[in-house]
Design a protein around this ligand. Structure first.
Ligand code: KG4
Ligand code: ZN
Length: 341
């Protein structure tokens, strides 16, 4: 079964053709990072307009890279939530129009489910169920219990910021470029991760909290520089030297990874029957997290971030589980406000 997957939830315009949920025939991703690096973050209206400009060429390229015609495509899958509303609308409206035009069944796929399924794209080994999935992205930090394909229960979630968002905000304080995750990881290489100590949040159960860690870094930077807590955070970077930036990056990264691993270990105690752990989402590209979880499954780094292949893979397992396509003439493809997995 050949599925065309379309993804536009944030600042990547992506389309891919995947066979039977595993074999990637093409995977085209056009990133808007260059545009948003200048602003230090995503501007939703600009993102939506950029998706509109490249959406159709990206889909054309996905089909031609896969040497595949519209007749050969069995279904169209599109991210419908969660994400930036304007961005999601471009993807969902495009998918809906193409489904009507080419008479294809249309599936609306949840973004976090897609991230989890990136693991099935990358790995040759079978991932044994039940699975605990640690989803770590720019917008979410969740632990999902997955007893079988296409069955998800949220057992832990962040009460405030997502871990990726925390990387991005700390990078901003340190004057490192957007997106913050890779910038912090690069700056940290070979530097002292024990120089600065940050507390771990005391959140009961499997829930996370990352806004306190961001504030702890801010206070620690102000203290290191001998500046008052009223000193504006956007100016701190002008006072830090490169050594301090690198040590703050390394110390922050170490703490963020420790917090994720502690909660995951707790989840494994609470769900002793779990046979595999799968990590997913943009932050799963992080090398220190990969080193800290040697027995977990990870997507290949290229599939950690947003892409269309993971959408097609998730859709394949939805179809296998008996999920029916949606009516492309109906309104239920439009992004929903709900963020449930
Ligand atoms: O999954 P994703 O591409 O988009 C969302 O669904 O949010 O995740 C983007 C997030 C950003 O916060 C980015 O800083 C973070 O993933 N990220 C990383 C790394 N690469 C991307 N965080 C830590 N280390 C990385 N190497
Ligand atoms: Zn994502």
């Amino acid at each position: 079964m050949l599925i065309l997957g379309i993804e536009t939830s944030c600042d990547e315009t992506a389309a891919a053709v995947v066979r039977d949920g595993r074999e990637i025939l093409s995977n085209v991703v056009v990133s808007q990072i260059d545009i948003f690096a200048e602003y230090g973050g995503v501007i939703p209206e600009v993102a939506a307009r950029s998706h509109l400009e490249v959406m159709l060429p990206v889909i054309d390229k996905a089909l031609s890279d896969a040497s595949c015609t519209w007749e050969e495509i069995d279904a169209i899958a599109v991210t419908h939530a969660p994400g930036l509303l304007g961005s999601l609308l471009i993807g969902t409206l495009t998918a809906r129009t193409l489904a009507i035009l080419h008479s294809k069944p249309l599936y609306a796929v949840h973004h976090l489910k897609s991230h989890v399924y990136a693991n099935w794209l990358s790995s040759d080994v079978e991932i044994a169920f039940p699975v605990l999935a640690l989803v770590v992205s720019g917008g979410h930090t969740q632990i999902l219990h997955m007893p079988a394909h296409n069955q998800f229960e949220i057992v832990g979630t962040t009460r405030d910021d997502a871990v990726g968002e925390c990387f991005d905000k700390v990078a901003k304080i340190l004057g490192l470029p957007y997106p913050g995750g890779p910038s912090i990881a690069n700056a940290a290489i070979g530097h002292n991760a024990d120089k600065y100590k940050f507390p771990h949040p005391k959140v009961e159960g499997l829930d996370f909290s990352f806004s306190g860690l961001k504030t702890a870094v801010l206070r620690s930077v102000q203290q290191e520089l001998g500046l008052p807590i009223s000193h504006p955070s956007h100016d701190l970077k002008n006072h830090l030297n490169p050594e301090q930036v690198a040590d703050f990056a390394a110390s922050f990264q170490k703490t963020a990874v420790e917090i994720l691993c502690e909660k995951l270990a707790l989840a494994q105690i609470q769900y002793p029957e779990v046979k595999s752990v799968a990590v997913a989402g943009g932050v799963s590209a992080n090398q220190e997290l990969r080193i800290a979880l040697p027995n977990a499954h990870f997507p290949s780094p290229a599939l950690s971030g947003d892409n269309g292949a993971m959408v097609a893979a998730a859709c394949y397992y939805e179809i296998k589980s008996g999920v029916k396509p949606i009516d492309p003439y109906s309104l239920n493809i439009y992004p929903r406000v709900s963020i449930e997995a």
